[in-house]
Design a protein around this ligand. Sequence first.
Ligand code: ADP
Ligand code: ADP
Length: 255
Amino acid sequence: MSIKITDLSHIYDRNTPNETVAIDQINLTIESGQFVGLIGHTGSGKSTLIQHLNGLLKPSEGEIVVSGYNITEGLDQTHSKKRSQRKKEARARKKKLIEVRRRVGLVFQYPEYQLFEETVEKDVAFGPLNLGLSDADAIERVKEALSLVGMDYNDYKDRSPFDLSGGQKRRVAIAGVLAMKPEVLILDEPTAGLDPKGRDEILGQIKHLHEKEGMTVIIVSHSMEDMAKISERLIVMNRGRIVLDGHPKEVFKHI
Ligand code: ADP
Ligand code: ADP
């Protein structure tokens, strides 16, 4: 499943004094099975870009096609179109977004925002149950997903996610996304706030997932060193643009 972005721009607070061009005409293709590190300073547009990959934001301009679904089609809601036509297009887009969000799992920078049930088990089961799986099948998914992030189901299932350490919370958040069996896993700063040991563990597990499950992985980070070590493609953003893109060895020649 590939992701293809064409001439994507994102402007916050357009036509106001706070207008910010967060994404400036980006073109990008990510092929199935790649392990991509997305790096750049704070404010370079990384978070905005990944939110577009599963349709959380509406682009100001451009086209996004995920796994053959053009999620930007029908966004041009000009008043020249009939109301009924606009409604039809909005419904079609919603359907496509559901399909795309099933395939593209996003783990936010602050896992707290992604945890909301009173036990780890319920939290990780939320996605699968929402997909319509039976309780038994959802529990299988929970066991599998927790084991993929190195957590024992029996040890953690009844714990409150809010009482866990930062690294454990992040693992539960990742497990919640993995339980949906996404084809693409996107993580925003998955090592933020962790000590070096916690960082190595999380990155090791993500790398393992990529190798074992063939999952496409996109990691947003501002740690050039971490990403150079584990990714096979490094994309460097600056001021809303992609300024370097290639194998870490190639990218480092230009830094
Ligand atoms: P990071 O570089 O780690 O992504 P930021 O400080 O850029 O952290 O952003 C943290 C959050 O605040 C993001 O969700 C981002 O969308 C939001 N944010 C950043 N800048 C603004 C802004 N000027 N106005 C409103 N929200 C913002
Ligand atoms: P990064 O993830 O690389 O830190 P962001 O995508 O968060 O970058 O931010 C890119 C630019 O957009 C920054 O100038 C930021 O302040 C601005 N921005 C991000 N989110 C918002 C928002 N919700 N409202 C307004 N401006 C925002």
